[in-house]
Ligand binder design. Structure first.
Ligand SMILES: C[S@@+](CC[C@H](N)C(=O)[O-])C[C@H]1O[C@@H](n2cnc3c(N)ncnc32)[C@H](O)[C@@H]1O
Length: 133
């Protein structure tokens, strides 16, 4: 959700996943869609199962119920109440939500692990993993 330059989407595809990104910024969305074409043409990175669209992840067009893993890097500009309500409504029972750099937790969801932690040695923020309550 909010796929930015598309790096998480394309990285997930290189690991064999089927990945979908939605990005609100027209510039970032166009740039990442273009990057996907370049990667595909290069035939070096398997991006066939990756897709980025320009749009708003809060809109009714985006249904979060079809995903095993949802990733969100909280840039702080999101209507978090609407987002949390949407996650509670649409996230599957067996899905996980990976949240990076959250200033405030989603209290309507529960942590999969005890609390947010730093992963892989990165220093600038913590990662929380949520599941439905
Ligand atoms: C902090 S950046 C993270 C980008 C990317 N996920 C990453 O990890 O590199 C947050 C992104 O979410 C996008 N965004 C914020 N609200 C959004 C919304 N309602 N729908 C779609 N994208 C949104 C912003 O434009 C921005 O690119």
């Amino acid at each position: 959700m909010g796929s930015g330059d598309g790096r998480v989407v394309y990285l997930t595809a290189t690991l064999g996943g089927e990945a979908f990104g939605v990005e609100h910024s027209i510039g970032l969305a166009d740039g990442s869609i273009n990057a996907g074409k370049i990667l595909e043409d290069s035939k070096t990175v398997p991006v066939g199962k990756a897709k980025v669209v320009q749009g708003d992840f809060l809109s009714d067009d985006v249904d979060l119920g079809g995903y095993d893993i949802i990733f969100f890097f909280d840039g702080g500009t999101v209507e978090r109440r609407r987002l949390e309500a949407k996650l509670v409504e649409q996230m599957r029972e067996d899905a996980i939500l990976v949240c990076y750099h959250q200033k405030q937790p989603f209290t309507s969801l529960k942590y999969l692990r005890k609390k947010p932690a730093r992963l892989f040695g990165q220093e600038e923020g913590k990662t929380a993993i949520y599941v439905r309550k």
